[in-house]
Every structure is written in C-alpha cells, then in structure tokens.
Ligand binder design. Sequence first.
Ligand SMILES: [Zn+2]
Length: 379
Amino acid sequence: MIITTLPITPSVNPNIGTFFSPFTVDFVANLEGLKAYYAFNLIGRRHVSLQEACCKLELHAPRLEKIGITISEENSWLDSSEKSLAEIQSYVRQLYGLRILKKEKRIVAQCPCGAVEILESRLNNALQGKVLIGNKCSLCHGEVSKKTQRCLLYTPSPSKVHSSSIWASKEMASLSVAFDKVSLLVSRNRSENPEVVLGGESFFLDVDFFWSFYLCCLYERNSQDEICIVTTHRTLRQALLACWLLAQVYPSSPESRLIVLPTIEIVPARPGGLSSENSIDDFLESLDTFSQRRLFLANGLGLNQKEVALSSSLLYWVKQSIPFPNQIGKVVASIRDTAISEVNPAIVKSLMSKLRKNRTLSCIESSIFRAILRDSRTP
Ligand SMILES: [Zn+2]
C-alpha cells in the first residue's frame, strides 16, 4: 500500500492547517512501513504563472523539512510535469472511449474571471453562497452570463471507498448519492489549462478535474498497489472524485482508503498566544526541533472527530515532553487498521502525560510514539 496527500496548492503564507495532511502521510507511512507521496497543484488560476507556483513550492519545501519531511523527485507528484500531462491525456482519451466523458452542446454560465464556469442546469445548487452571490461572482464581482457552447461532460460512477471514521463514511454516502449519474462540466474556456484533443476537437480541462487523475498516475507508478489518501473534511469531495476516477480508469483496482482529518482550530491559551490566524512560520519557530513540532501536530489527529480545538498551551507541554525517557519498548507488528484507528488526540495526550511522569509505554503506544517522532532506533 502507498499513502498520499491530495494535491496541495502551495501558497506564500500558508496556515498551520496545511501541514496536518503531509505530517499524517509521513507519520502513518512510518508507522505502517508504507511508501509516502506528496502531491502538488502548480497549475491553474490559483497561481499567477507556473514560475510563480514553483517559487511558492520552493518556499514550502524548507518548511516541510522543519517537520522532518524531505520532498524529492521520488516521493512527489506534480500536476505541472510533462509526464503527468501525457499520462492524464491518455486517461482522458480512455474515458472518452468508454463514454464516461462525452462531448455535448450545453448552456454554460460564466463570470468574467472564470471562477464561475458551470452548466446552467447546476447553477442554483452548486456554487450559491460560495463563489456565487446572487448573479455575481464574489471574486471579480462581475455578472454571470450564459452561452451555448461545445462542452466536455464527465459522469461519475460512485464506487466503494473505505474510511475509518463514522462521520466521514456518512458524508461520503450522501456525496455518492448527490453525484451519482450527474453530468459535470470538466472543460474550461481558459486556454492556459491543460489541453486534450478528442475526435479532432480540442478541449481545455478544468484543473481540479485534471489533477484528480493523480491517483491513476501513482497507481501505475507503484505496480498497481493499493492507495490510502489523507484528506481533510473540507476536501472530502475532491478526494472522493479522485477515488472514483481511479476505479473508472482501473475497474479492477482495490478499494481506496481515506484518512479524513478534522478541521483543526488553534485556540490561544492567553492573550497574544498563537492561534489558527498565525502563519505556519510562527508555529515552526516557537518549537525547537522537528520532534517537538511533530508531537504538536500529532495532537490534531482526531480521526473520529469532525473538528479538533487545540490550545496554544500545548506548545509548552510539547517542549516539556521531550527529550523523553529512553524506555521505548518493543514495536509490535501492528495491524494496519487498528494502528490507524488508534491514532487520536486522546492517545497522544496520554502518551505525553506518561512520558512526563516517566512511565513505561505499551507496545502499541511505543510504535505510535516512535512514528510520530520518526525515531528509527531499533528496540
Ligand atoms: Zn469571477
């Protein structure tokens, strides 16, 4: 099995929330002996240019180093690479051949900046209150106009996806119903987007749809190994779409697994304490070692919770817990699901409290703790 993030869009000043997914990928990969991947979204209208996106990634990589993650060509996937483009174009042609992707003439509603570009029939339910306020785009404030044009439409066919948390399974079930046999517009009027030619006709693909094929690329790159995806509550829909695409391109692929992280809020313990509003750099600098930073992040892994609130006083307790007593026990060959479901803030808190009191850890606790700290010492 391999484990991967969803494609992360690097930004100049990210908040701490963006670090929980790569941390969890690295942590579970250590715990279970899996191959870890970090995917990045460098194309599309979230970036001024590809060059600018690459600069943002260059700023992002040293921050990941500070929590013990080194990005390399072997463990990363970029939507901007020539290889990704060629692979995804071939997947698109395959789905077009299977009539899962179809060319049709439809009425499209679009705003001047392109943030709104949707089938007229889905205008009322899909974007209202988000990017669309009434008949205007909330980003460019321009009015939405309607035009009949040639479109590329995708029909999802929701397949079974495994998740360890009950609340996520329920949301996944309702998303499966909402997207079953629905036609989604996946072509765009933006000529900077990745292009595909189908039956002599050229289309520019929606960037989110384009990178959703990344699981297919990773599946092929890893000799068709099973995939576990770390996502968050907010990106659950995109993660599911990527899993469904994998099952449509490779019908015999094993069921994908999702680890769905909660929304994490940092609450200042005192006036002036760090909060979710602070930049990631403030958090990275407030702790001294990558072990301390990883132990802090581990407190946010509430896999059975939709939301986790962390107090900024944890930063102090994390410093007190390390260096920890050198009494880590034998690592058990943990059963995958047990170990993943064992990971929750309550366990991490109890680990920290035991370490502070210099108590012995159980086998499962030891293996979790070693994976959090990336302690590779043999027992
Ligand atoms: Zn707009």
